[in-house]
Design a protein. Structure first.
Length: 290
């Protein structure tokens, strides 16, 4: 049987069909728009922050199907961003000592979900060949160090603790601010020339895998005991991306694991590429966090 449409019926049919198509397309667009982009704050000059953040982002994108934007910031602004909700999370919170002041300021506006790296430590670091063994005897050898301590970004937690250490130990040395990469470059030059140098530093860091280094003893425990690097979120993330929060609660890696990514980046690999490679090479480990 042959069916023929009148002009009026044909026009009504097309209008209805196009309307349904438009509705379907608008629904798809709405779903795409509903998928949020999560912002992760990190400290670009800190090798551990770069490694951990890029690995977490790779896992979120690949395994959790989440849009992620990485935002490099100074530590204080990073904490402030998480507290305000401008940044959804950071995996670079050094506690309980290094970022103590930030936590005190924002504790009612952020949520700690877990430690992604236990066994962290800050302090003054020297090459293994230097004579000084403790902050207490650093003045005796200060001329060997050109009467200076090479620091990182002014205002960083380890810098504030070093200022306290200078007062507590009566050190007649100046603290020279720079940046993480600049500090590492100065250490490299001094190490190659076998010159004494003291730098503000921390572990995990790739430089411990590249050079023979040690922390100066801190008998007054100005730098505190062992720390942990925590994942801290804006509380709104719990409803915004619950699967991401569940992942962050499980995510915690070991020194040799983070060290592999940090060394790859130091060796010239792009952080995202180094993170992707580690993720693909360690599928079982990644699955345990999901």
């Amino acid at each position: 049987m042959t069916v023929s449409f009148s002009h009026r019926k044909r026009r009504a049919f097309l209008t209805q069909t196009l309307g349904l198509s438009a509705l379907a397309m608008s629904g798809t667009a709405a779903l795409a728009q509903a998928k949020p982009t999560l912002k992760i704050g990190f400290v670009d000059g800190w090798s551990d922050s770069v490694a951990t953040t890029h690995l977490a982002a790779a896992i979120m994108r690949s395994k959790l199907n989440v849009n992620v934007e990485l935002v490099p910031l100074a530590a204080g602004i990073m904490w402030q961003g998480v507290a305000r909700g401008d940044i959804d999370m950071t995996l670079s919170a050094w506690l309980p000592v290094t970022h103590e002041a930030y936590l005190t300021s924002f504790k009612d506006k952020v949520q700690i979900v877990g430690a992604n790296y236990p066994g962290a430590k800050i302090g003054l670091i020297v090459p293994d060949y230097v004579k000084a063994t403790s902050l207490a005897d650093l003045n005796t050898h200060r001329a060997d160090f050109d009467n200076r301590i090479v620091g990182i970004d002014a205002g960083a937690g380890v810098m504030k603790k070093t200022e306290e250490a200078i007062k507590a130990y009566g050190l007649e040395m100046r603290l020279q601010p720079s940046s993480g990469p600049a500090m590492a470059a100065e250490l490299d030059r001094a190490y190659r020339a076998k010159k004494s140098i003291a730098v503000t530093g921390w572990i995990p860091h790739w430089m411990f895998a590249k050079y023979k280094l040690r922390f100066l003893a801190d008998p007054k425990t100005i730098y505190g005991a062992e720390e942990h690097v925590d994942s801290v979120i804006n509380p709104g993330l719990n409803s915004k991306a619950p699967a991401v929060v569940a992942f962050l609660k499980k995510f915690s890696w070991k020194p040799e694991e983070i060290g592999a990514v940090m060394l790859a980046v130091e060796g010239g690999a792009k952080p995202a590429e180094a993170a992707d490679k580690w993720m693909n090479d360690n599928a079982a480990r990644v699955s345990s966090w999901l």
